[in-house]
Ligand binder design. Sequence first.
Ligand code: FAD
Length: 631
Amino acid sequence: MTKISRDTTTMDYPKRYDVIVIGGGHAGTEACLAAARMGCQTLLLTHNIETLGQMSCNPAIGGIGKSHLVKEIDALGGAMALATDKGGIQFRVLNSRKGPAVRATRAQADRVRYKAAVRDILENQPNLDIFQQAADDVIVEGDTIRGVVTQMGIRFYAPSVVLTAGTFLGGLIHIGLENHSGGRAGDPPSIALAHRLRELPLRVDRLKTGTPPRIDARSVDFSELEKQWGDTPTPVMSYMGKVEDHPEQVCCWITHTNERTHEIIRSGFDRSPMFTGVIDGVGPRYCPSVEDKVNRFADKDSHQVFIEPEGLDTHELYPNGISTSLPFDVQLELVRSIKGFENAHITRPGYAIEYDFFNPQDLKYSLETKVINGLFFAGQINGTTGYEEAGAQGLLAGMNAARRAQEKDAWCPRRDEAYIGVLVDDLISLGTSEPYRMFTSRAEYRLLLREDNADLRLTEKGRELGLVDDERWAAFSEKRESIAREQERLKETWIQAGSDEAKQLEQKLPSALSREYNLYDLLKRPELEYNDIGHFKGEALADERAAEQVQIAAKYAGYIDRQQDDINRLRQHENTAIPLEFDYSIVEGLSNEIKQKLSEARPETLARASRIPGVTPAAVSLLLIYLKKHG
Ligand code: FAD
């Protein structure tokens, strides 16, 4: 018998890099782009160039809490929002009737166009090389990373390596009681690297996530389904984006599961990998599978299903809300029990995937591992779920990997500066036992951290870090100056009682103006908008985004100032001593869990209290108030 020998190339690649990024998903693309923008010679090593920027699950970007991350990535010069504007086929602002802190832009994306936009940005990025190959090993000397070895045995060297392997490490795909290795449907897992990483002194565990079956639109009866269109005017995701960047906009639909669907799902429980103990990993609480929903909310006889097109050039639909790993026969029956899907053809079965993730408490705030110098982790491997969470970490890790290569100190935004800061702080101080996703409720300074002002919060810092190019910087500077100029003009422009302008405004006000007012104070009134007063005695701002900032700053000035005061006070009092025998049980407003943590740890100062995992800034604030009052 002829023995087939495997040709293994072992060579040192001739070019030395500053930063190597493993994985071309959402974390990896932002990581390599950030490092390259900062002038580092960067290598992106990924399984398959065709899957750069691939959306493994739902073709949508943004949404509550997540759009804040996307806009922060954008404010720091990243790619996600730009690609969303090029690939987005339906845009909506969620919570648009609520306050600006919780408003969130969400875009349904054409997955092919999104990927193409990401690839275009990557391929045109100076200082960045892309190489298609699996990374099978990392080169570690002592406690320091030196490089990466690919499947073919090519050794690439760099002082900083960012690992962003997503769901691929030890990936195991489940459909019913069948399972097989895979990184996601259609892609190989990362087994050799997973084994190698398990040799390092890092805490590893398993998580799981899942995806719904996809459906052929030609087999769906849309006639009785509720339609859902995007917003008009169409929102944009990037601060540099224009509505003209968007492709054609399309409609989504809504349908519902019903009692029959739930019966079918229950009938499959005995062949479900989740309920028979085949899957060990914990799944995302806020994105549960349909069988999980039916099991957990047994009293509900219906769940909403959003039907979202996967793109403009395909018939495939994504039925958002019926993620499942039940056996295929059950999947088909449950899908066909839903209104509109009676004759549905499934193009791809739903499945669940289990994968290795690393305890993020083993990371520094730069996302560098504590045990291996120069090895950074970002994305799903840190226990998060979602493209946006991955992208945000990728940018931060790539930037800090570059700073390490440049022998500069690491940087991470604080909780009061960015959702990225909240994300990293939560992960590092609390760790996670289930896939972590972002919500606005995770941030205590929501009014300061809005999606509309991410550029004002971060672009200047991004410029200083070398992440923001000249074009973005010029556009940002112009916007910031025009906001400041307009605020000054409004403060200096006065409207007399009885004037024509006053009469116009009084149509909206409950009573006549009794004295002279400046325009800025008038803008603070709840009945008036910038559009009502901006054109008085001058020209209103043409840039709607700048005008929005002027309006929000005026209307929410009191709350914003109070939040800023809280932050300053907390920072000033970090050294406030806490008596050793302090009785935490008497502090009102602290949760029992936090009281217990503080009682056990007995921190000496507020700063130390704030660093105890699980003790939130809000809790520290309550503690400070108590100590000041009774101290
Ligand atoms: P990924 O996007 O997974 O990218 C990893 C990249 O690394 C890939 O390009 C891969 O080829 C490459 N790679 C891996 N190992 C190697 C190696 N050794 N060498 C070279 N390249 C390598 N998120 C949600 O928010 N909600 C959901 O409901 C949801 N459901 C999901 C369902 C499924 C089935 C899957 C697979 C994912 C789901 N996700 C969901 C998660 C979402 O896809 C991820 O959060 C996001 O893609 C993570 O981005 P990432 O960059 O960390 O990893």
